[in-house]
Design a protein around this ligand. Sequence first.
Ligand code: FMN
Length: 182
Amino acid sequence: MEIIDSIKNRYSTVLFSSAPVEKKNLDLLFEAARWAPSAFNEQPWRFIIGIKEKDDIYKKLFECLVETNKHWAQHAPVLVLVSAKMIFSHNSNPNRSSFYDTGLAVGNILAQATSLNLFVHQMGGFNIDKAKKIFTIPENFEPIVIMAIGYKGKPEDLPDDLQLREKKARIRKHVDDFNKFV
Ligand SMILES: Cc1cc2nc3c(=O)[nH]c(=O)nc-3n(C[C@H](O)[C@H](O)[C@H](O)COP(=O)(O)O)c2cc1C
């Protein structure tokens, strides 16, 4: 028995096609996020979705990225800012599960995307203060990543350095290393 396809086939591509993502497929990603578990069912995840050539949200998100990420993310047709609400809605106490829960929602997005042959590449490399300012993100909400989303492009249409990066071996710890606090 092998791990399921939506885990096995996922990876963070740098070779995005500029082909648009159909609305119905994009909607399915956020529907998948909706069903993620969360502490107190708070559902602290928030998404700002930018679609290339639709409005200026995409441009604003792109401007927040660090240059190294801009280099490959410029080809992706969708950028999404992922943020989390850092306090519980029912009592305003700090929610120490906010990032965890938001990661679970993004995990659902990754699995759903992979099942639709879509690729998602998350980026922590962006200017958080700039994002907060541009999108007037209120207090108690924290931006976490910007995700690039799209279909895989043809390698020959993309620069050599990205083709080379795409071929780099993916390295993982052994399962036995997960039970050591090192
Ligand atoms: C929170 C987070 C932040 C990341 N930030 C970046 C980034 O700024 N730039 C980048 O190229 N990749 C980024 N990555 C992608 C990781 O480098 C990648 O997931 C990891 O190397 C494992 O490779 P894989 O996703 O292909 O399995 C990020 C991933 C996560 C989960």
